[in-house]
Write a protein that binds this ligand. Structure first.
Ligand SMILES: Cc1cc2nc3c(=O)[nH]c(=O)nc-3n(C[C@H](O)[C@H](O)[C@H](O)COP(=O)(O)OP(=O)(O)OC[C@H]3O[C@@H](n4cnc5c(N)ncnc54)[C@H](O)[C@@H]3O)c2cc1C
Length: 559
Protein backbone atom coordinates (compact mmCIF):
# COMPACT_ATOMS: atom_id res chain seq x y z
CA UNK A 1 0.00 0.00 0.00
CA UNK A 2 1.27 3.47 -0.92
CA UNK A 3 -0.06 6.72 0.50
CA UNK A 4 -0.64 9.69 -1.85
CA UNK A 5 -1.50 12.81 0.10
CA UNK A 6 -4.58 12.46 2.23
CA UNK A 7 -6.05 9.64 0.13
CA UNK A 8 -4.69 6.13 0.47
CA UNK A 9 -4.25 4.19 -2.80
CA UNK A 10 -4.44 0.42 -2.86
CA UNK A 11 -4.76 -2.43 -5.29
CA UNK A 12 -7.05 -5.36 -4.97
CA UNK A 13 -8.05 -8.55 -6.80
CA UNK A 14 -11.75 -8.95 -6.09
CA UNK A 15 -13.78 -6.35 -4.19
CA UNK A 16 -17.23 -7.36 -3.00
CA UNK A 17 -19.30 -4.25 -2.27
CA UNK A 18 -21.96 -5.10 0.30
CA UNK A 19 -22.25 -7.54 3.19
CA UNK A 20 -25.90 -8.51 3.10
CA UNK A 21 -26.77 -12.18 2.50
CA UNK A 22 -25.51 -11.96 -1.11
CA UNK A 23 -22.11 -10.35 -0.48
CA UNK A 24 -21.45 -12.51 2.59
CA UNK A 25 -22.32 -15.74 0.74
CA UNK A 26 -20.04 -14.76 -2.13
CA UNK A 27 -17.20 -13.87 0.24
CA UNK A 28 -17.60 -17.19 2.10
CA UNK A 29 -17.67 -19.15 -1.16
CA UNK A 30 -14.55 -17.40 -2.48
CA UNK A 31 -12.60 -17.80 0.76
CA UNK A 32 -13.59 -21.47 1.03
CA UNK A 33 -12.03 -21.93 -2.44
CA UNK A 34 -8.84 -20.21 -1.30
CA UNK A 35 -9.62 -17.04 -3.30
CA UNK A 36 -9.23 -13.97 -1.12
CA UNK A 37 -11.47 -10.93 -1.62
CA UNK A 38 -12.07 -7.60 0.07
CA UNK A 39 -15.60 -7.29 1.41
CA UNK A 40 -16.74 -3.78 2.26
CA UNK A 41 -20.00 -2.56 3.75
CA UNK A 42 -21.42 0.81 4.55
CA UNK A 43 -23.39 -0.67 7.47
CA UNK A 44 -21.61 -0.85 10.83
CA UNK A 45 -22.70 -4.47 11.40
CA UNK A 46 -25.12 -7.17 10.25
CA UNK A 47 -28.70 -5.94 9.96
CA UNK A 48 -30.70 -5.95 13.18
CA UNK A 49 -33.94 -6.18 11.21
CA UNK A 50 -35.72 -9.53 10.69
CA UNK A 51 -36.43 -8.79 6.95
CA UNK A 52 -36.09 -12.01 4.91
CA UNK A 53 -37.31 -14.99 6.86
CA UNK A 54 -37.65 -18.05 4.68
CA UNK A 55 -34.44 -19.86 3.80
CA UNK A 56 -35.12 -22.45 1.14
CA UNK A 57 -33.65 -25.92 0.73
CA UNK A 58 -31.47 -24.80 -2.17
CA UNK A 59 -29.99 -21.97 -0.08
CA UNK A 60 -29.20 -24.44 2.71
CA UNK A 61 -27.34 -26.51 0.12
CA UNK A 62 -25.31 -23.41 -0.73
CA UNK A 63 -24.51 -22.82 2.94
CA UNK A 64 -23.52 -26.49 3.22
CA UNK A 65 -20.80 -25.76 0.66
CA UNK A 66 -18.84 -23.74 3.20
CA UNK A 67 -19.97 -25.52 6.35
CA UNK A 68 -22.69 -23.14 7.59
CA UNK A 69 -25.89 -25.17 7.00
CA UNK A 70 -25.97 -27.09 10.28
CA UNK A 71 -25.52 -23.89 12.25
CA UNK A 72 -28.33 -22.19 10.31
CA UNK A 73 -30.65 -25.14 11.00
CA UNK A 74 -29.72 -25.08 14.69
CA UNK A 75 -30.59 -21.38 14.95
CA UNK A 76 -33.75 -21.46 12.83
CA UNK A 77 -37.27 -22.80 13.04
CA UNK A 78 -37.89 -25.83 10.82
CA UNK A 79 -40.98 -25.45 8.64
CA UNK A 80 -42.16 -28.91 7.60
CA UNK A 81 -45.51 -28.20 5.91
CA UNK A 82 -46.76 -25.44 3.62
CA UNK A 83 -50.54 -25.07 4.00
CA UNK A 84 -52.70 -23.31 1.43
CA UNK A 85 -56.06 -21.83 2.41
CA UNK A 86 -58.84 -20.48 0.22
CA UNK A 87 -61.29 -18.21 2.03
CA UNK A 88 -60.22 -19.55 5.47
CA UNK A 89 -60.57 -23.23 4.52
CA UNK A 90 -57.48 -25.40 4.05
CA UNK A 91 -57.53 -26.42 0.42
CA UNK A 92 -54.19 -28.23 0.20
CA UNK A 93 -50.51 -28.15 0.95
CA UNK A 94 -47.16 -29.82 0.57
CA UNK A 95 -44.58 -31.38 2.85
CA UNK A 96 -40.89 -30.52 2.96
CA UNK A 97 -40.19 -34.17 3.82
CA UNK A 98 -41.39 -35.13 0.33
CA UNK A 99 -38.31 -33.43 -1.16
CA UNK A 100 -35.87 -35.99 -2.48
CA UNK A 101 -32.28 -35.80 -3.68
CA UNK A 102 -31.26 -33.25 -1.07
CA UNK A 103 -29.58 -33.46 2.30
CA UNK A 104 -31.85 -30.71 3.66
CA UNK A 105 -35.51 -31.52 2.95
CA UNK A 106 -36.66 -28.55 5.01
CA UNK A 107 -37.60 -24.89 4.77
CA UNK A 108 -36.10 -22.78 7.49
CA UNK A 109 -37.46 -19.68 9.18
CA UNK A 110 -34.38 -17.69 10.12
CA UNK A 111 -34.48 -13.91 10.47
CA UNK A 112 -32.11 -12.14 8.10
CA UNK A 113 -30.35 -10.61 11.12
CA UNK A 114 -29.37 -14.15 12.24
CA UNK A 115 -28.46 -15.20 8.71
CA UNK A 116 -26.08 -12.27 8.26
CA UNK A 117 -24.57 -12.82 11.71
CA UNK A 118 -23.84 -16.47 11.08
CA UNK A 119 -22.48 -15.80 7.58
CA UNK A 120 -20.13 -13.14 8.91
CA UNK A 121 -18.98 -15.49 11.68
CA UNK A 122 -18.38 -18.20 9.06
CA UNK A 123 -16.46 -15.75 6.87
CA UNK A 124 -14.15 -15.02 9.78
CA UNK A 125 -13.63 -18.76 10.38
CA UNK A 126 -12.67 -19.04 6.71
CA UNK A 127 -10.06 -16.31 7.16
CA UNK A 128 -12.01 -13.35 5.75
CA UNK A 129 -13.66 -10.32 7.30
CA UNK A 130 -15.98 -7.43 6.48
CA UNK A 131 -14.56 -3.92 6.39
CA UNK A 132 -17.38 -2.07 8.08
CA UNK A 133 -18.38 1.60 7.76
CA UNK A 134 -16.63 1.58 4.42
CA UNK A 135 -18.70 3.21 1.71
CA UNK A 136 -18.25 3.07 -2.04
CA UNK A 137 -18.70 6.66 -3.18
CA UNK A 138 -17.89 6.29 -6.83
CA UNK A 139 -16.79 3.67 -9.36
CA UNK A 140 -15.08 4.30 -12.69
CA UNK A 141 -14.42 1.84 -15.46
CA UNK A 142 -13.32 2.68 -18.97
CA UNK A 143 -13.51 0.28 -21.92
CA UNK A 144 -10.35 -1.76 -22.23
CA UNK A 145 -9.16 -0.96 -18.68
CA UNK A 146 -7.73 -3.88 -16.77
CA UNK A 147 -8.84 -2.41 -13.46
CA UNK A 148 -11.81 -0.61 -11.97
CA UNK A 149 -11.24 2.49 -9.87
CA UNK A 150 -13.21 2.70 -6.63
CA UNK A 151 -13.44 5.76 -4.38
CA UNK A 152 -14.13 4.67 -0.80
CA UNK A 153 -14.62 6.48 2.42
CA UNK A 154 -13.43 4.40 5.35
CA UNK A 155 -13.17 4.98 9.12
CA UNK A 156 -9.45 5.76 8.47
CA UNK A 157 -10.02 8.29 5.70
CA UNK A 158 -10.55 8.21 1.96
CA UNK A 159 -9.13 5.44 -0.16
CA UNK A 160 -8.79 4.85 -3.89
CA UNK A 161 -8.72 1.20 -4.94
CA UNK A 162 -7.66 -0.21 -8.29
CA UNK A 163 -9.57 -3.51 -8.37
CA UNK A 164 -9.36 -6.28 -10.95
CA UNK A 165 -12.96 -7.36 -10.35
CA UNK A 166 -15.87 -5.75 -8.54
CA UNK A 167 -19.12 -7.38 -7.46
CA UNK A 168 -21.95 -5.02 -6.61
CA UNK A 169 -23.89 -6.79 -3.87
CA UNK A 170 -24.85 -3.41 -2.47
CA UNK A 171 -28.61 -3.79 -2.43
CA UNK A 172 -31.51 -2.23 -4.30
CA UNK A 173 -29.98 1.27 -4.32
CA UNK A 174 -26.67 -0.09 -5.60
CA UNK A 175 -23.96 2.52 -6.16
CA UNK A 176 -22.15 0.02 -8.39
CA UNK A 177 -25.16 -0.31 -10.67
CA UNK A 178 -25.79 3.43 -10.77
CA UNK A 179 -22.13 4.24 -11.46
CA UNK A 180 -22.18 1.81 -14.40
CA UNK A 181 -25.30 3.48 -15.76
CA UNK A 182 -27.21 0.18 -15.80
CA UNK A 183 -30.99 0.64 -16.03
CA UNK A 184 -33.11 -0.81 -13.22
CA UNK A 185 -36.50 -0.83 -14.87
CA UNK A 186 -39.65 -1.82 -13.02
CA UNK A 187 -42.46 -0.43 -10.98
CA UNK A 188 -44.13 -0.33 -7.62
CA UNK A 189 -46.37 -3.36 -7.14
CA UNK A 190 -50.12 -2.95 -7.43
CA UNK A 191 -50.45 -4.54 -4.00
CA UNK A 192 -49.63 -2.83 -0.76
CA UNK A 193 -48.36 -5.13 2.01
CA UNK A 194 -48.82 -5.00 5.72
CA UNK A 195 -45.69 -6.71 7.06
CA UNK A 196 -45.48 -7.19 10.81
CA UNK A 197 -43.90 -9.51 13.36
CA UNK A 198 -46.35 -10.31 16.16
CA UNK A 199 -47.10 -12.56 19.12
CA UNK A 200 -50.35 -14.44 18.59
CA UNK A 201 -52.63 -16.42 20.88
CA UNK A 202 -53.95 -19.57 19.22
CA UNK A 203 -51.95 -18.77 16.08
CA UNK A 204 -51.73 -21.30 13.26
CA UNK A 205 -49.54 -24.38 13.82
CA UNK A 206 -45.87 -23.63 14.40
CA UNK A 207 -43.44 -25.68 12.32
CA UNK A 208 -45.65 -24.90 9.30
CA UNK A 209 -46.09 -22.00 6.85
CA UNK A 210 -49.58 -20.79 6.00
CA UNK A 211 -50.62 -19.19 2.70
CA UNK A 212 -54.08 -17.62 2.72
CA UNK A 213 -55.85 -16.72 -0.48
CA UNK A 214 -58.77 -14.39 0.11
CA UNK A 215 -60.74 -11.78 -1.79
CA UNK A 216 -58.74 -9.11 0.08
CA UNK A 217 -55.43 -10.42 -1.25
CA UNK A 218 -52.77 -13.01 -0.47
CA UNK A 219 -51.34 -13.41 3.04
CA UNK A 220 -48.51 -15.50 4.50
CA UNK A 221 -48.10 -16.34 8.17
CA UNK A 222 -44.83 -17.93 9.17
CA UNK A 223 -43.60 -18.73 12.67
CA UNK A 224 -40.26 -17.26 13.77
CA UNK A 225 -37.74 -19.15 15.94
CA UNK A 226 -38.59 -17.01 19.02
CA UNK A 227 -42.27 -18.05 19.07
CA UNK A 228 -43.58 -14.95 17.29
CA UNK A 229 -45.05 -14.89 13.77
CA UNK A 230 -44.36 -12.95 10.57
CA UNK A 231 -47.59 -11.75 8.98
CA UNK A 232 -47.29 -10.43 5.41
CA UNK A 233 -50.65 -9.48 3.96
CA UNK A 234 -51.32 -8.10 0.50
CA UNK A 235 -53.95 -5.36 0.78
CA UNK A 236 -56.15 -3.45 -1.55
CA UNK A 237 -57.45 -0.68 0.73
CA UNK A 238 -54.26 0.60 2.39
CA UNK A 239 -52.20 3.55 1.23
CA UNK A 240 -48.70 2.10 1.11
CA UNK A 241 -46.77 5.06 2.47
CA UNK A 242 -44.89 3.18 5.20
CA UNK A 243 -47.06 4.65 7.94
CA UNK A 244 -47.70 2.54 11.06
CA UNK A 245 -50.47 -0.01 11.17
CA UNK A 246 -52.42 -0.35 14.39
CA UNK A 247 -52.85 -3.59 16.33
CA UNK A 248 -56.61 -3.41 15.74
CA UNK A 249 -56.07 -3.17 11.96
CA UNK A 250 -53.90 -6.32 12.07
CA UNK A 251 -56.51 -8.08 14.23
CA UNK A 252 -59.14 -7.21 11.66
CA UNK A 253 -56.98 -8.74 8.90
CA UNK A 254 -56.61 -11.94 10.96
CA UNK A 255 -60.34 -12.10 11.66
CA UNK A 256 -61.22 -11.76 8.00
CA UNK A 257 -58.60 -14.13 6.62
CA UNK A 258 -57.77 -16.69 9.35
CA UNK A 259 -60.92 -16.69 11.47
CA UNK A 260 -61.93 -15.29 14.80
CA UNK A 261 -59.91 -17.75 16.97
CA UNK A 262 -56.49 -16.14 16.44
CA UNK A 263 -55.80 -13.17 18.75
CA UNK A 264 -53.02 -10.65 18.36
CA UNK A 265 -51.24 -10.38 21.71
CA UNK A 266 -48.48 -7.95 20.78
CA UNK A 267 -46.99 -6.28 17.72
CA UNK A 268 -43.21 -6.71 17.82
CA UNK A 269 -40.79 -4.10 16.61
CA UNK A 270 -39.29 -5.87 13.61
CA UNK A 271 -37.04 -2.90 12.87
CA UNK A 272 -39.21 -1.26 10.27
CA UNK A 273 -42.11 -0.56 12.66
CA UNK A 274 -45.54 -2.01 12.09
CA UNK A 275 -45.64 -0.90 8.51
CA UNK A 276 -47.50 -0.96 5.27
CA UNK A 277 -45.21 -0.96 2.27
CA UNK A 278 -45.60 -0.92 -1.48
CA UNK A 279 -42.69 -3.04 -2.75
CA UNK A 280 -41.08 -2.56 -6.14
CA UNK A 281 -40.31 -5.20 -8.71
CA UNK A 282 -37.25 -4.32 -10.77
CA UNK A 283 -34.63 -5.99 -12.92
CA UNK A 284 -31.24 -4.65 -14.01
CA UNK A 285 -30.68 -4.50 -17.76
CA UNK A 286 -27.37 -6.33 -17.44
CA UNK A 287 -25.66 -8.26 -14.64
CA UNK A 288 -22.19 -7.71 -16.09
CA UNK A 289 -20.39 -4.67 -17.38
CA UNK A 290 -16.73 -5.37 -18.12
CA UNK A 291 -15.02 -6.16 -14.83
CA UNK A 292 -18.08 -5.42 -12.73
CA UNK A 293 -20.91 -7.80 -11.86
CA UNK A 294 -24.20 -7.29 -10.08
CA UNK A 295 -25.69 -9.80 -7.62
CA UNK A 296 -28.67 -9.93 -5.26
CA UNK A 297 -30.95 -6.94 -4.78
CA UNK A 298 -28.51 -4.83 -6.81
CA UNK A 299 -29.76 -6.77 -9.85
CA UNK A 300 -33.34 -7.69 -8.96
CA UNK A 301 -36.04 -6.88 -6.43
CA UNK A 302 -39.34 -8.71 -5.95
CA UNK A 303 -42.49 -8.50 -3.91
CA UNK A 304 -41.74 -10.11 -0.51
CA UNK A 305 -44.39 -12.86 -0.79
CA UNK A 306 -42.49 -15.51 -2.73
CA UNK A 307 -39.28 -15.41 -0.65
CA UNK A 308 -37.32 -14.89 -3.86
CA UNK A 309 -35.19 -11.90 -2.76
CA UNK A 310 -32.67 -13.24 -0.28
CA UNK A 311 -32.71 -16.77 -1.68
CA UNK A 312 -32.16 -15.41 -5.19
CA UNK A 313 -29.17 -13.37 -3.97
CA UNK A 314 -27.63 -16.39 -2.22
CA UNK A 315 -27.93 -18.36 -5.43
CA UNK A 316 -26.49 -15.56 -7.55
CA UNK A 317 -23.44 -15.78 -5.30
CA UNK A 318 -23.31 -19.57 -5.66
CA UNK A 319 -23.41 -19.36 -9.46
CA UNK A 320 -20.82 -16.59 -9.58
CA UNK A 321 -18.25 -17.73 -7.00
CA UNK A 322 -16.64 -20.65 -8.84
CA UNK A 323 -16.66 -18.79 -12.15
CA UNK A 324 -15.12 -15.63 -10.72
CA UNK A 325 -12.63 -17.79 -8.81
CA UNK A 326 -11.46 -19.39 -12.06
CA UNK A 327 -11.32 -16.12 -14.00
CA UNK A 328 -9.60 -14.14 -11.24
CA UNK A 329 -6.88 -16.80 -10.93
CA UNK A 330 -6.46 -16.86 -14.71
CA UNK A 331 -7.65 -20.43 -15.08
CA UNK A 332 -10.59 -19.60 -17.31
CA UNK A 333 -11.40 -16.95 -19.85
CA UNK A 334 -13.49 -13.93 -18.91
CA UNK A 335 -16.36 -15.08 -21.10
CA UNK A 336 -17.28 -17.57 -18.36
CA UNK A 337 -18.68 -14.58 -16.47
CA UNK A 338 -21.16 -13.92 -19.26
CA UNK A 339 -22.77 -17.25 -18.43
CA UNK A 340 -23.31 -15.96 -14.87
CA UNK A 341 -24.99 -12.82 -16.17
CA UNK A 342 -27.09 -14.76 -18.67
CA UNK A 343 -28.19 -17.55 -16.35
CA UNK A 344 -29.00 -15.52 -13.29
CA UNK A 345 -30.79 -12.72 -15.15
CA UNK A 346 -33.00 -15.34 -16.81
CA UNK A 347 -33.80 -16.81 -13.38
CA UNK A 348 -34.63 -13.34 -12.06
CA UNK A 349 -36.99 -12.80 -14.99
CA UNK A 350 -38.74 -16.09 -14.23
CA UNK A 351 -38.98 -15.22 -10.52
CA UNK A 352 -40.62 -11.90 -11.41
CA UNK A 353 -43.18 -13.76 -13.51
CA UNK A 354 -43.75 -16.31 -10.72
CA UNK A 355 -44.40 -13.70 -8.03
CA UNK A 356 -46.71 -11.79 -10.39
CA UNK A 357 -48.74 -15.01 -10.91
CA UNK A 358 -48.89 -15.63 -7.17
CA UNK A 359 -50.18 -12.10 -6.65
CA UNK A 360 -52.81 -12.54 -9.36
CA UNK A 361 -54.00 -15.81 -7.81
CA UNK A 362 -54.19 -14.06 -4.45
CA UNK A 363 -56.26 -11.21 -5.87
CA UNK A 364 -58.77 -13.41 -7.68
CA UNK A 365 -62.38 -12.41 -7.05
CA UNK A 366 -64.66 -13.97 -9.61
CA UNK A 367 -66.72 -16.87 -8.32
CA UNK A 368 -65.72 -19.14 -11.19
CA UNK A 369 -62.04 -18.24 -10.86
CA UNK A 370 -62.07 -18.89 -7.12
CA UNK A 371 -63.83 -22.24 -7.51
CA UNK A 372 -61.35 -23.27 -10.21
CA UNK A 373 -58.32 -22.19 -8.17
CA UNK A 374 -59.50 -23.88 -4.99
CA UNK A 375 -60.54 -27.04 -6.81
CA UNK A 376 -57.24 -27.23 -8.63
CA UNK A 377 -55.19 -26.83 -5.46
CA UNK A 378 -57.28 -29.45 -3.62
CA UNK A 379 -57.15 -31.92 -6.50
CA UNK A 380 -53.40 -31.55 -6.97
CA UNK A 381 -52.79 -31.78 -3.25
CA UNK A 382 -54.82 -34.99 -2.90
CA UNK A 383 -53.05 -36.54 -5.87
CA UNK A 384 -49.67 -35.74 -4.25
CA UNK A 385 -48.83 -33.40 -7.13
CA UNK A 386 -48.05 -30.45 -4.87
CA UNK A 387 -45.52 -32.64 -3.05
CA UNK A 388 -44.04 -33.89 -6.30
CA UNK A 389 -43.97 -30.68 -8.34
CA UNK A 390 -44.73 -27.59 -6.27
CA UNK A 391 -42.49 -28.45 -3.31
CA UNK A 392 -39.20 -28.77 -5.28
CA UNK A 393 -40.17 -25.77 -7.42
CA UNK A 394 -40.93 -23.59 -4.38
CA UNK A 395 -37.65 -24.33 -2.62
CA UNK A 396 -35.68 -23.60 -5.81
CA UNK A 397 -34.46 -27.15 -6.49
CA UNK A 398 -35.90 -26.99 -10.00
CA UNK A 399 -33.96 -23.99 -11.26
CA UNK A 400 -32.38 -24.94 -14.53
CA UNK A 401 -29.96 -23.17 -16.84
CA UNK A 402 -30.89 -25.36 -19.80
CA UNK A 403 -31.75 -22.29 -21.90
CA UNK A 404 -28.13 -21.16 -21.75
CA UNK A 405 -26.40 -22.53 -24.86
CA UNK A 406 -23.23 -22.78 -22.74
CA UNK A 407 -24.62 -25.67 -20.72
CA UNK A 408 -26.61 -27.61 -23.26
CA UNK A 409 -23.46 -29.43 -24.29
CA UNK A 410 -23.00 -33.08 -25.14
CA UNK A 411 -24.63 -35.08 -27.89
CA UNK A 412 -27.33 -36.67 -25.73
CA UNK A 413 -30.52 -34.90 -24.93
CA UNK A 414 -30.38 -35.20 -21.20
CA UNK A 415 -30.64 -33.03 -18.15
CA UNK A 416 -28.02 -30.47 -19.13
CA UNK A 417 -28.50 -27.24 -17.18
CA UNK A 418 -30.52 -28.89 -14.40
CA UNK A 419 -29.37 -29.22 -10.83
CA UNK A 420 -28.10 -32.74 -10.22
CA UNK A 421 -29.75 -34.39 -7.18
CA UNK A 422 -27.57 -34.76 -4.11
CA UNK A 423 -27.84 -38.54 -3.87
CA UNK A 424 -25.71 -40.85 -1.74
CA UNK A 425 -22.48 -41.82 -3.50
CA UNK A 426 -20.75 -43.99 -0.99
CA UNK A 427 -17.30 -45.42 -1.41
CA UNK A 428 -13.82 -43.98 -0.99
CA UNK A 429 -14.15 -45.34 2.57
CA UNK A 430 -17.01 -42.88 3.34
CA UNK A 431 -20.44 -44.42 3.92
CA UNK A 432 -22.42 -41.22 4.46
CA UNK A 433 -20.97 -39.36 1.50
CA UNK A 434 -23.26 -37.70 -1.06
CA UNK A 435 -22.71 -36.41 -4.58
CA UNK A 436 -22.25 -32.83 -3.37
CA UNK A 437 -19.44 -34.01 -1.06
CA UNK A 438 -17.73 -35.51 -4.11
CA UNK A 439 -17.91 -32.34 -6.23
CA UNK A 440 -17.13 -29.89 -3.40
CA UNK A 441 -13.88 -27.98 -3.83
CA UNK A 442 -13.63 -28.53 -7.60
CA UNK A 443 -14.94 -26.08 -10.19
CA UNK A 444 -15.89 -28.99 -12.46
CA UNK A 445 -16.16 -32.73 -11.85
CA UNK A 446 -16.77 -35.56 -14.31
CA UNK A 447 -18.83 -38.58 -13.25
CA UNK A 448 -18.15 -41.61 -15.44
CA UNK A 449 -21.33 -43.68 -15.21
CA UNK A 450 -22.34 -47.20 -16.22
CA UNK A 451 -18.73 -47.98 -16.99
CA UNK A 452 -18.08 -51.69 -17.58
CA UNK A 453 -14.92 -53.51 -16.64
CA UNK A 454 -13.63 -53.28 -20.21
CA UNK A 455 -14.12 -49.45 -20.24
CA UNK A 456 -12.44 -48.92 -16.91
CA UNK A 457 -8.92 -48.53 -18.26
CA UNK A 458 -10.14 -45.97 -20.77
CA UNK A 459 -11.67 -43.82 -18.01
CA UNK A 460 -8.40 -44.02 -16.05
CA UNK A 461 -6.58 -42.81 -19.13
CA UNK A 462 -8.99 -39.88 -19.56
CA UNK A 463 -8.65 -38.98 -15.88
CA UNK A 464 -4.86 -38.80 -16.24
CA UNK A 465 -5.13 -36.62 -19.32
CA UNK A 466 -7.64 -34.29 -17.67
CA UNK A 467 -5.40 -34.01 -14.63
CA UNK A 468 -2.43 -32.82 -16.70
CA UNK A 469 -4.41 -30.74 -19.17
CA UNK A 470 -6.40 -28.77 -16.56
CA UNK A 471 -3.93 -28.72 -13.69
CA UNK A 472 -5.96 -31.06 -11.48
CA UNK A 473 -9.07 -28.87 -11.70
CA UNK A 474 -11.33 -31.53 -13.25
CA UNK A 475 -11.31 -34.91 -11.49
CA UNK A 476 -12.99 -37.84 -13.22
CA UNK A 477 -14.72 -40.37 -10.93
CA UNK A 478 -16.04 -43.78 -11.89
CA UNK A 479 -19.50 -44.42 -10.44
CA UNK A 480 -20.92 -47.96 -10.41
CA UNK A 481 -24.37 -49.27 -9.51
CA UNK A 482 -24.93 -51.85 -6.85
CA UNK A 483 -28.47 -53.16 -6.45
CA UNK A 484 -28.47 -52.99 -2.65
CA UNK A 485 -26.02 -52.40 0.16
CA UNK A 486 -25.42 -56.15 0.65
CA UNK A 487 -24.25 -56.68 -2.91
CA UNK A 488 -20.59 -57.33 -3.58
CA UNK A 489 -18.50 -54.17 -3.81
CA UNK A 490 -17.79 -53.19 -7.42
CA UNK A 491 -14.40 -52.11 -8.63
CA UNK A 492 -15.44 -48.42 -9.06
CA UNK A 493 -14.47 -46.14 -6.21
CA UNK A 494 -17.95 -44.53 -5.98
CA UNK A 495 -21.17 -46.51 -5.55
CA UNK A 496 -24.61 -45.47 -6.67
CA UNK A 497 -26.58 -47.76 -4.39
CA UNK A 498 -29.82 -48.85 -6.05
CA UNK A 499 -28.85 -47.00 -9.23
CA UNK A 500 -30.87 -43.83 -8.43
CA UNK A 501 -28.35 -41.47 -10.01
CA UNK A 502 -28.02 -43.61 -13.14
CA UNK A 503 -31.81 -43.70 -13.47
CA UNK A 504 -32.14 -39.95 -12.95
CA UNK A 505 -29.57 -39.26 -15.66
CA UNK A 506 -30.91 -42.06 -17.87
CA UNK A 507 -27.36 -43.41 -18.11
CA UNK A 508 -27.90 -46.78 -19.73
CA UNK A 509 -24.50 -47.07 -21.36
CA UNK A 510 -21.06 -45.82 -20.37
CA UNK A 511 -21.37 -42.03 -20.16
CA UNK A 512 -19.64 -38.89 -18.97
CA UNK A 513 -21.52 -36.30 -16.93
CA UNK A 514 -19.80 -32.99 -16.22
CA UNK A 515 -21.07 -31.34 -13.04
CA UNK A 516 -20.28 -27.72 -12.15
CA UNK A 517 -19.36 -26.56 -8.65
CA UNK A 518 -22.86 -25.12 -8.24
CA UNK A 519 -24.36 -28.58 -8.80
CA UNK A 520 -25.65 -27.98 -12.34
CA UNK A 521 -24.99 -30.37 -15.19
CA UNK A 522 -22.90 -28.78 -17.93
CA UNK A 523 -22.40 -31.70 -20.30
CA UNK A 524 -23.66 -35.26 -20.77
CA UNK A 525 -22.70 -37.73 -23.46
CA UNK A 526 -21.43 -41.19 -24.21
CA UNK A 527 -17.97 -42.25 -23.04
CA UNK A 528 -17.11 -42.77 -26.69
CA UNK A 529 -17.63 -39.01 -27.26
CA UNK A 530 -14.91 -38.01 -24.78
CA UNK A 531 -13.34 -35.77 -27.42
CA UNK A 532 -16.31 -33.45 -27.32
CA UNK A 533 -16.12 -33.31 -23.53
CA UNK A 534 -12.49 -32.19 -23.77
CA UNK A 535 -13.39 -29.71 -26.50
CA UNK A 536 -16.03 -28.30 -24.16
CA UNK A 537 -13.54 -28.05 -21.29
CA UNK A 538 -10.94 -26.47 -23.56
CA UNK A 539 -13.44 -23.74 -24.38
CA UNK A 540 -14.02 -23.00 -20.69
CA UNK A 541 -10.64 -23.57 -19.05
CA UNK A 542 -7.14 -22.49 -19.91
CA UNK A 543 -5.21 -25.52 -21.00
CA UNK A 544 -1.90 -26.32 -19.34
CA UNK A 545 0.76 -25.40 -21.91
CA UNK A 546 2.95 -28.28 -20.81
CA UNK A 547 0.30 -30.84 -21.83
CA UNK A 548 1.54 -31.99 -25.20
CA UNK A 549 -0.62 -32.38 -28.28
CA UNK A 550 -0.46 -36.13 -27.75
CA UNK A 551 -1.99 -35.64 -24.30
CA UNK A 552 -4.97 -34.09 -25.97
CA UNK A 553 -7.73 -36.61 -26.43
CA UNK A 554 -9.06 -34.33 -29.16
CA UNK A 555 -5.89 -34.85 -31.17
CA UNK A 556 -4.82 -38.16 -29.68
CA UNK A 557 -5.84 -41.76 -30.19
CA UNK A 558 -8.72 -41.64 -27.75
CA UNK A 559 -10.76 -39.50 -30.08
C1 LIG B 1 -39.68 -6.34 5.17
C2 LIG B 1 -38.93 -7.23 4.25
C3 LIG B 1 -39.22 -8.59 4.24
C4 LIG B 1 -38.54 -9.42 3.36
N1 LIG B 1 -38.83 -10.76 3.36
C5 LIG B 1 -38.15 -11.60 2.55
C6 LIG B 1 -38.34 -13.02 2.61
O1 LIG B 1 -39.14 -13.54 3.40
N2 LIG B 1 -37.59 -13.81 1.78
C7 LIG B 1 -36.65 -13.28 0.92
O2 LIG B 1 -35.98 -14.05 0.20
N3 LIG B 1 -36.43 -11.95 0.85
C8 LIG B 1 -37.15 -11.09 1.65
N4 LIG B 1 -36.89 -9.75 1.63
C9 LIG B 1 -35.87 -9.24 0.72
C10 LIG B 1 -34.47 -9.40 1.31
O3 LIG B 1 -34.34 -8.71 2.52
C11 LIG B 1 -33.45 -8.90 0.29
O4 LIG B 1 -33.72 -9.52 -0.94
C12 LIG B 1 -32.02 -9.22 0.73
O5 LIG B 1 -31.66 -8.45 1.84
C13 LIG B 1 -31.04 -8.93 -0.41
O6 LIG B 1 -29.75 -9.14 0.05
P1 LIG B 1 -28.51 -8.39 -0.60
O7 LIG B 1 -27.33 -8.90 0.13
O8 LIG B 1 -28.57 -8.54 -2.06
O9 LIG B 1 -28.74 -6.84 -0.29
P2 LIG B 1 -28.88 -6.10 1.10
O10 LIG B 1 -29.35 -7.03 2.16
O11 LIG B 1 -29.67 -4.87 0.85
O12 LIG B 1 -27.38 -5.71 1.49
C14 LIG B 1 -26.72 -4.63 0.89
C15 LIG B 1 -25.36 -4.44 1.53
O13 LIG B 1 -24.66 -3.44 0.79
C16 LIG B 1 -24.13 -2.46 1.68
N5 LIG B 1 -24.05 -1.22 0.91
C17 LIG B 1 -25.05 -0.53 0.32
N6 LIG B 1 -24.55 0.53 -0.33
C18 LIG B 1 -23.20 0.52 -0.14
C19 LIG B 1 -22.13 1.35 -0.56
N7 LIG B 1 -22.33 2.43 -1.34
N8 LIG B 1 -20.87 1.05 -0.17
C20 LIG B 1 -20.64 -0.04 0.61
N9 LIG B 1 -21.62 -0.87 1.02
C21 LIG B 1 -22.88 -0.59 0.65
C22 LIG B 1 -25.08 -2.46 2.87
O14 LIG B 1 -24.42 -1.92 4.00
C23 LIG B 1 -25.38 -3.95 2.97
O15 LIG B 1 -24.33 -4.58 3.67
C24 LIG B 1 -37.55 -8.88 2.50
C25 LIG B 1 -37.25 -7.53 2.54
C26 LIG B 1 -37.93 -6.71 3.40
C27 LIG B 1 -37.58 -5.25 3.43
Amino acid sequence: MVRHGPTMSTESGIVVVGAGPTGLTLACELHSRGIPCRTIAEAGGPTTVTRALGMFTRSLEVLEDFGAAEEAIARGQRLEIVNIYGDRRRIGGFHAASLTGTRHPVILALPQSETELLLEERLELLGGSVERETTLRELRQSPGDTTVRLALSTPHGDETVEARWVVGADGAHSTVRKSLGIEFAGEATRDVFVIVDAMLDDGPATGEVHYYFSRDGIMVISPLPDGSYRIAAGMSGFIGDGSPVSASAVQEILDRRVGRGTRLRELRDAGWGAAQVRPHTRLADRFRSGRCLLAGDAGHVYSPIGGQGMNGGIQDAHNLAWKLGLVATNKASESLLDSYAHERRAVAQRSLRLTATQMRMGRMRSRVGLALRNGLVTGMSRAGMLDRYMAPESVMLKISYSENPGVSAGGWRGRQGDRIPDLPLTGDGKDSQTLFDVIRGHPLTVLALAVKQEDSGRVDELAKRAFVRYDGLVPIHKVAIVKDSHAAAPSAPLIDCGGRLHRHLRAKEASLCLVRADGHIAYFDSLTASASLFAYLDAVLHVNDSSSVNDSPVAGKAT
